[in-house]
Design a protein. Sequence first.
Length: 280
Amino acid sequence: MKAKSWILMAALSVCASMSAADLSVVSTEKLDVKGYYPVLSPDGSKVLFTTSDHDGLKSLDLSSSEITLIDNAPGTGFDPAFSADGKSVIYRSIVKVDGLIRRDVKSYDLTTGEKVQLLKPSRGNVDTRQFVGKTFAYGSARTQAIEVSLDGKKQTINPIESGYRYLWASVSPSNSKLVFTEVYSGLFVSELDGTKAKFLASRAEFPCWAGDNYVVALYTEDDGYVVTKAKVIAVDIESGKVIELTDGSSIVNGVTATKDKVVYATEDGEMFIMNIKITE
């Protein structure tokens, strides 16, 4: 299986001549703060980070290096999201109600520091992306499908005929494409209604958009028990060209991107910012 994955990725890499846009790395810099599972704001000015156990949530201003504590409660660092305008952070926390574990959803205003409870403590996992704005997508374990909202109009789709478990679904910046991972099939891009689903890569985790032409993700390998290699890749959604952005010498456990930045964290909590350039 591993050999087939590498053959496939190598074959995709030779398609550079078909690429509609080229991506290059301008510079890479280590950040002076340790953290895990970074999330960039839509404009690339701030990055959220947490601990290896997702306990606590902080925001780093990439211009001033100012760090803001959003919440220090357990679980608050698990899959947070920025609002569409980047002014607020949407996150979950674990609370106990009558001795039972529940999860609520809050928003944090980055300007005023005001916290607002968006969802009262409830059972199960609620995806924070439901609260970022009118346009979003997320994989639903309940429906075993992808929930898509475009300007408030919602639909449930199942892009892969054999699809069972979808993760990391997101809408492109221009609201024209959908990227997602199906656990057993790999990384795909499709139209917003799930049609024309196109395979991009296997073993790809945490996919995120870098502009409208590239998807950045983690390509992972394992020995059947633990991850042995995890490198950052960028995939041209038109040609299928795969670009390795890190060499795999350090295991990466989280990555996030915008049209001109990539931020990733290693298993040791070292965070790096990579400035990228995409030319048409």
